[in-house]
Write a protein of this length. Structure first.
Length: 130
């Protein structure tokens, strides 16, 4: 997965293997071996490559298909920020007793909203892949 992603992302950014090698301080042949799979970059080099290619190491390694640097942790931090900003933690969002007061219709509405948000994110990610 790594060799294919390295080559694909480099070409998306219109960089040559020579450009990558120069930025990494290695030979073109050395970088070329990463793209053919003959050699694997060490962790430090992989991080540098991800920075140059403006993507996450998770994307390069095939853990995610989303090349953006935003990690799950970043998303969770943003959600946590929204919870605090809107005072959700103070209105029983995390209090299980409060949830017991919700009707089946209320729960269905929450589920539909979460599904809608997930679908919008999926559509946005698919558009970015084009």
């Amino acid at each position: 997965m790594l060799p294919k992603r390295l080559s694909h992302r480099r070409k998306q950014l219109k960089l040559s293997q020579e450009d990558m090698a120069d930025k990494l301080g290695i030979t073109r042949q050395g970088y070329g071996h990463y793209e053919t799979g003959r050699n694997q970059p060490d962790n430090e080099t992989l991080i540098k490559i991800a920075q140059i290619l403006d993507c996450s190491t998770d994307y390069l390694l095939g853990i995610t298909d989303d090349p953006t640097k935003e990690s799950t942790q970043d998303s969770l931090k943003e959600i946590n920020k929204l919870i605090k900003e809107y005072g959700i933690e103070r209105i029983g969002f995390f209090d299980i007793e409060e949830w017991k007061n919700l009707s089946k219709e209320d729960i269905d509405e929450i589920r539909r909203h979460f599904e809608w948000v997930k679908q919008k994110a999926k559509e946005r990610n698919n558009e970015e892949d084009i």
